[in-house]
Design a protein around this ligand. Structure first.
Ligand SMILES: *Cc1c(COP(=O)(O)O)cnc(C)c1O
Length: 453
């Protein structure tokens, strides 16, 4: 089946009558805890378009949360999956082996930062890979403490929600949380209370202070960081922060783990977000874009660390599922052969100037940030840019709602819920992207000059 027409088409209100009918059935069938950004039911998707059951073509600025970087129905992924499904769907890699899992590991060992000897372990979800990175780091070091950042997001399981920063909705009422997790300030430049020119140095000094006064470096198994923070608000650490943390970890025998689940595999205009500063983590976690929509995640890193866990200590029934591996082999080939990191840089070149033009002292847009095709607008109360930078979550919701009504699938994020994030498929066409940017500009303009919410 060919990708749907790459145009925004509105046939009904969004959501349309058929989506409204199906959503009513969902509401009395599935658990309320499963929220939804836009209650539209999908008929097909591909390239930069999601087609709903009412025939509307929405521009996809979400990629199913940074998953369908190659598009939701890339013909090579479809073919690779179909061929695999016809041969076998599952054996469990821990029971009998198959070559595609080895090949995915080989490609990840080659693509991840650093040319040292590496091993990869495949899993299913991002959270599961984060959990396993912690297990591996603890075994290798014989230490227990794990250091994470403010505004971090690492998943929804017990350990990973503990590592996640934001209480509502990720943690509220779900305690008690896992022990051994210590949080240090995020180098969040836009909201840094100290010297704006010294964010990297001050944030690193605070990390070192927490580690040395509250934990003891000899007790720290791992420092886990997103090289660009995702759910927390697309926070880009200022230059120098990640290299300082990586060097500090090395000095103290601490495993430095990069959670590249959202930022990795071309999304930020480099193969990995760590590559922008030539940071070489000990362990790199991938998921999201890796399986092209099929569930697959991985921990890749130094052989001596990865091999610390004895046979049988890692794995899972579905870990490295063959159908997901078949999809991943196609995805990885497309990202490399079609230079999707380059495509992400072109998305930034088109979008950044237009978005940046929205920032101003009386604007709702306080900052535009991000890299490649991982871009965000932080909304604040107009007139507070030079003072309190008061978060404007209702305005962010209003911008997202305006986009949705106009057929652009945009997401919000951020600890204060006031960030609009853009995560288009890396294969989105220039015209479609420009159309979406026009809608976003109109949505911001529609907020008017003040007193929103
Ligand atoms: C999405 C995400 C996770 C969790 O992945 P799941 O597949 O949802 O478990 C972890 N870390 C980061 C940075 C993410 O963006």
């Amino acid at each position: 089946m060919a990708a749907p027409a790459q145009r925004r088409i509105l046939r009904t209100a969004i959501p349309g009558p058929e989506s409204v009918r199906l959503h009513a059935a969902r509401a009395v069938t599935t658990a309320a805890g499963l929220g939804v950004t836009l209650p539209v039911f999908v008929a097909e998707a591909g390239g930069g378009i999601v087609v709903d059951v009412d025939g509307n073509h929405l521009i996809d600025m979400a990629s199913g949360i940074a998953v369908t970087s190659v598009g939701a129905s890339h013909p090579e992924v479809v073919r690779s999956v179909q061929e695999q499904v016809e041969r076998f769907t599952h054996t469990c890699f821990l029971v009998t082996e198959y070559e595609s899992a080895v090949e995915v590991a080989r490609v990840l060992n080659r693509l991840t930062p650093g040319d040292h000897d590496k091993r990869t372990a495949l899993f299913t979800t991002g959270a599961e890979a984060v959990e396993n990175a912690v297990k591996i780091a603890r075994t290798h070091t014989g230490r227990q403490a794990v250091v994470v950042l403010g505004h971090a997001y690492h998943g929804r399981t017990l350990l990973t929600m503990t590592m996640t920063s934001k209480n509502t909705p990720y943690k509220d009422g779900f305690g008690p949380y896992a022990p051994g997790i210590h949080r240090v300030p995020s180098p969040y430049g836009f909201r840094w209370p100290g010297d704006p020119d010294q964010v990297a140095a001050e944030a690193f000094a605070q990390l070192r202070d927490v580690v040395e006064t509250q934990i003891g470096p000899h007790n720290v198994a791992a420092i886990v960081a997103e090289p660009i923070q995702g759910e927390g608000g697309f926070i880009v650490p200022p230059p120098g922060y990640l290299p300082a943390v990586a060097a500090y970890a090395r000095e103290h025998g601490i495993v430095f783990v990069a959670d590249e689940i959202q930022a990795g595999l071309g999304r930020t205009g480099a193969m990995f977000a760590c590559d922008h500063e030539n940071v070489v983590p000990d362990l790199v976690i991938t998921a999201k874009a890796l399986g092209g929509g099929l569930p697959l995640s991985a921990v890749t890193g130094r052989t001596e660390i990865m091999d610390a866990v004895a046979p049988g200590g890692l794995g899972g029934t579905y870990a490295g599922n063959p159908v997901a591996c078949a999809a991943a082999l196609a995805v990885l080939r497309i990202i490399e052969d079609e230079d999707l990191a380059g495509a992400a840089r072109r998305i930034e070149e088109i979008a950044m100037p237009r978005l940046t033009a929205l920032v101003g002292e009386d604007s709702w847009v306080g900052e535009v940030r991000g890299r490649g095709a991982m871009l965000a607008l932080e909304l604040i109360e107009p007139g507070t840019l030079n003072t309190t930078r008061t978060p404007a979550p209702a305005a962010a919701r209003a911008v997202a709602a305006h986009c949705h009504r106009e057929g652009v699938l945009a997401l919000t994020c951020g600890t204060y819920g006031n960030v609009i994030r853009l995560l288009p498929p890396l294969v989105i066409g220039g015209e479609l992207l420009r159309d979406a940017l026009g809608v976003i500009e109109a949505a911001v303009a529609s907020l008017g000059k003040g007193e929103h919410a």
